[in-house]
Design a protein around this ligand. Structure first.
Ligand code: KG4
Ligand code: ZN
Length: 348
């Protein structure tokens, strides 16, 4: 069914988003971000996030139908991010998806939010399978072997702070608003040289895991010692400090990515995804690494790096096209528990 119309629902963290993909192409999307609300508290407050999802999801669905010119009855399959994420937030999207599946008769497919991030580049380009996948977001720094949309093997992970947390927590320490990744990136790009050398953490080992908590501590200490803070009026030192932090994260990610490619010589393509994949210094470093190796580099457009429903609809479309489905007993999976590939195959 090449023109399968797939609805995607994303509510795993602090963005409520819905999108429609037809035949693998994005038709329309709607999104409500809660960033301003959570910025007051310096991080996502789970109970507030669930309430906001509940408030927004119905009106966003109505608006999506108006924008796309589709009716609810036209939807062939309903894809929903089932985890990992905040349980209360996930449950809002999953309950909405199940209700809609019951009302319309359309089948349900639960999508792994992280796999959807990795497939987001496919909205605009052809992903060459197998490829190496690097998910860098607020909660993750994971390396995968991506064999197909339904076959991904995790070969490295963040042992403590994720890549985005390093940006967000150091950013908060120097007075930047949560989430600070984008501001650190912008300040770093305006600087000519780094303030000082920061460590490239957790490279003296043979594994593909990441640990950014030591870098975070080193950066916060450096900022405190040198009096670097937004309240100091910004200035040259602030940008140079952000550049030092951004380069340390970029170099560390690139080095483990290089090792992963060396350990898997049959793979010479990299697909990077997640909110931190919007970082221009990290994108340049990783695309440079792939250019040196004569391999392909893929990254989603900037707006599809951070959480969105286009990637959920697209991943759901790929799974549904292959015949995968879930029953209405599908469960949401909170952060910290593996998301099972417990689909069943629909009869042709
Ligand atoms: O994927 P995402 O929207 O949500 C999660 O699933 O976590 O990622 C959010 C993260 C935040 O940590 C934010 O600071 C970071 O992505 N981020 C960036 C940039 N844009 C967003 N980090 C570095 N540079 C950026 N340009
Ligand atoms: Zn995400």
């Amino acid at each position: 069914m090449p023109d399968l119309l797939c609805l995607g629902i994303e509510s795993s963290c602090d963005e409520t988003a819905l999108a429609l993909v037809r035949g693998g192409r994005l038709l329309a999307q709607t999104l409500a971000s809660q960033a301003d609300l959570h910025a007051i508290f310096g991080g996502v407050v789970p109970e507030l996030a669930s309430r906001e999802h509940l408030r927004h999801i119905g009106p966003l669905f109505d608006e999506l139908l108006v924008r796309s010119g589709c009716n609810a009855g036209d939807i062939d399959v309903i894809a929903v991010a089932r985890g990992p994420g905040l349980l209360g937030s996930l449950l809002t999207g999953v309950a909405f998806a199940k209700g809609l599946a019951l009302a319309t008769g359309a089948p349900l497919i639960g999508v792994n939010h992280l796999h959807a991030h990795l497939l987001a580049a496919g909205l605009a380009a052809v992903i060459p399978f197998p490829c190496l996948g690097l998910v860098i977001s607020g909660g993750h720094a994971d390396l995968y072997i991506v064999r197909s949309p339904w076959d991904m093997e995790k070969i490295g992970r963040a042992l403590d702070d994720a890549a985005g947390e390093a940006f967000d927590k150091v950013g908060a320490a120097i007075g930047l608003r949560y989430p600070a990744g984008r501001a650190v990136n912008e300040l770093a790009c305006a600087a000519e040289k780094p303030f000082a050398a920061l460590p490239r953490p957790y490279l003296h080992n043979g594994n593909l895991d990441f640990s950014f908590s030591g870098l975070k501590t080193a950066a916060v200490q450096l900022a405190k010692g040198a009096g670097i803070h937004v309240s100091g009026g910004g200035g040259e030192k602030l940008g140079q400090f952000c550049l030092a932090l951004n380069e340390a994260v970029a170099d560390t990610l690139a080095e483990k990515t290089r090792r992963a490619l060396e350990m898997n010589p049959d793979i010479n393509a990299l697909c990077v995804a997640g909110g931190v994949a919007a970082n221009s210094i990290i994108r340049d470093k990783l695309s440079g690494l792939m250019a040196e190796r004569g391999g392909a580099f893929l990254a989603p457009e900037l707006k599809y790096c951070t959480d969105n429903a286009a990637m959920i609809a697209y991943a759901g479309y790929l799974l549904a096209e292959e015949g995968f489905r879930h029953g209405l007993d599908m469960e949401a999976v909170p952060r910290g528990r593996p998301v099972p590939c417990d689909w069943h195959r629909a009869l042709a």
